[in-house]
Design a protein. Structure first.
Lengths: 392, 160
């Protein structure tokens, strides 16, 4: 007689493929997943609560620690929201905008490299992991030269940038980006034609466009289901409308389609970085808004006026008028948005983060129920989740 | 369809339900009665094309009446326009109907709103806490919830 009972097992919170502290409770019928229930919150740090007790400038370092694989993108979303709240969006100097795009796209490469590395490693392809991390190390070095930190960059500022790019860095970035298409060919050479890779991801984690929209999936995960929507093109910010790039849409709806979508997106990012480097002209990096932006570091440490100016902004902050704004940016994982409510005080009255990974993870049960337990690992990889952002 | 025509349609259809319309930095916010929230959302999704729920959250205006606002950020993938819907919720009667039947996205977002803000969503398919532990007491994002957490003295600054 067949055994009709299902078995419930825990995957995580310490499973190597859960990309952080994620617990999945799986109800199994043999090897088939009947029900998957994600449990999250293990990394909850109360970022939104903390933000209500800090000035707008002081909130910025908290945003690095959301999606820690793409910190500059979180910085960007936050500073754009504050700038919109202040009404100084048009006052951001050209150079600051170009540098923001340049680093945002480098960050996209960095994030996608970790996605590919871990996704392949989860499925059993060890070599790709090592190659991807080799390239990621270059981007980390660029990060370090730009901001002083490898991961928690905290580089953008409300009104512009915290510092200008170091001299000669543009040439280094160009050399790196020139090498990138060749590296992507290597990854594709290792994976795309690989029969095991194909068997493990083709037809796995299928989600239709309707379901994906209904569940709020964004980013490459949505574009892999044939929905042509990218905020960089459709609601351009930081001057993305001036760049020539393709929005990659794949029709397959499965992990294979999302794999191709992200790889092609990396090639598009390289194109955007080249264009940004071409546009990079000397100029100011901070908006002319002395009541909001911090004075240049040189003035702070060399003149008494600069020091007083710096002190006033750090201790008192600035007071946006009463109002509320929402700004969403196209992170490597999907749409990350900041909803800010101002009551006229120097601190956000309420900050709500729209985390891309949190909402994408909600689609996981839909994508893996009815498939094999081994496919759950592929689905976690293809959703490209980061628990720091999910739990906030 | 522009945001303006969407708002006009909403006003024509729901009349008294619309409590106010405001614009700030080019973003339109419509405040509606919470009793009609599901009808308003279904209408906006089916007839006006706001097929994507970007975000949902609660805001605590402690000291004001009504105390809470539940905020829905909508997006129209066809026309790339955004619209914000807000529904006021009283402190004594802190619940409203779930919109998870309209957009499945709302499921987890409403769980988060219940967990952190203490607003109950009627008929929610899975009304559990999501970020805080299941046995947690209180709702941390409320303005009267101390930053240090419960049962702890507020930080007094550096000791002399």
């Amino acid at each position: 007689m067949a055994n009709l009972e299902t078995m419930t097992i825990n995957m995580g919170p310490q499973h190597p493929s859960t990309h952080g502290v994620l617990q999945l409770v799986l109800e199994l019928d043999g090897e088939i997943v009947r029900k998957a229930t994600p449990h999250i919150g293990f990394l909850h740090r109360g970022v939104e609560k903390l933000a209500e007790h800090r000035t707008y400038h002081q909130v910025l370092p908290l945003t690095d620690r959301l999606d820690y694989l793409a910190p500059m993108h979180n910085n960007l979303g936050y500073v754009l929201a504050v700038e919109k709240l202040l009404g100084i969006t048009d006052a951001i100097p050209e150079r600051a905008q170009v540098v923001r795009v340049l680093l945002a796209e480098l960050t996209r490469l960095k994030s996608h490299l970790v996605w590919l590395a871990c996704h392949a490693l989860d499925i059993g392809a060890m070599t790709v992991f090592i190659y991807c991390f080799r390239e990621r190390e270059h981007i980390m070095n660029i990060y370090e030269k730009v901001s002083g930190a490898r991961m928690t960059s905290n580089y953008f500022r409300v009104g512009g940038l915290s510092a200008d790019l170091p001299a000669g860095l543009d040439q280094e970035i160009r050399t790196f980006v020139n090498s990138m298409p060749g590296h992507i060919n290597t990854y594709e050479g290792l994976l795309t034609g690989n029969k095991i890779w194909q068997k493990r991801i083709q037809g796995v984690g299928v989600i239709s466009a309707e379901d994906a929209i209904d569940l709020g999936v964004t980013g490459p995960s949505l574009r892999g289901s044939g929905v042509d929507w990218d905020l960089r093109r459709d609601q351009p910010y930081s001057g993305y409308e001036n760049y020539d790039f393709k929005v990659i849409v794949e029709e397959g709806c499965d992990t294979w389609a999302r794999y191709h979508a992200r790889l092609k997106e990396m090639r598009e990012s390289c194109k955007i970085i080249h264009q940004a480097l071409d546009k990079l002209k000397p100029g100011p990096i901070l908006a002319d808004a002395p009541k909001i932006v911090l004075p240049p570091k040189h003035d702070t440490v060399n003149t008494i006026e600069g020091l007083i100016h710096h002190f006033k902004i750090i201790t008192e902050g600035f007071k946006p008028e009463v109002g509320e704004v929402y700004v969403g940016v196209e992170n490597p994982k999907g749409e990350v948005g900041f909803y800010l409510v101002s009551d006229g005080s120097p601190r956000p009255y309420r900050m709500k983060i729209r985390p891309a990974s949190f909402i994408n993870l909600q689609a996981l049960p839909k994508m893996c129920e009815g498939s094999m337990i081994a496919d759950v690992v592929a689905v976690i990889g293809t959703l490209d989740i980061v628990l720091g952002e999910i739990d906030r | 369809m522009s945001v303006q025509s969407a708002v006009d349609k909403l006003k024509a259809k729901f009349g008294d339900t619309v409590l106010g319309i405001s614009e700030f930095r080019g973003e339109t916010t419509v405040v509606v009665k919470k009793e009609e929230i599901v009808a308003v959302c279904s209408f906006l999704k089916e007839d006006v094309g706001f097929n994507f729920l970007t975000d949902l959250c609660g805001v605590d205006y402690l000291g004001q009446a009504p105390r809470f606002m539940v905020v829905y950020q909508l997006y129209n993938i066809g026309t790339h326009t955004r619209l914000r819907i807000k529904a006021p919720v009283e402190e004594q009667d802190a619940h409203l109907d779930t919109v998870s039947g309209v957009w499945a996205t709302a499921n987890w977002l409403e769980r988060e709103c219940w967990d952190l803000m203490g607003i109950t969503f009627n008929n929610h398919p899975d009304p559990r806490r999501i970020l805080m532990p299941a046995d947690w007491e209180g709702h941390p994002l409320r303005k009267d919830y101390p930053l240090q957490g419960p049962d702890r003295e507020p930080y007094q600054g550096r000791l002399q």
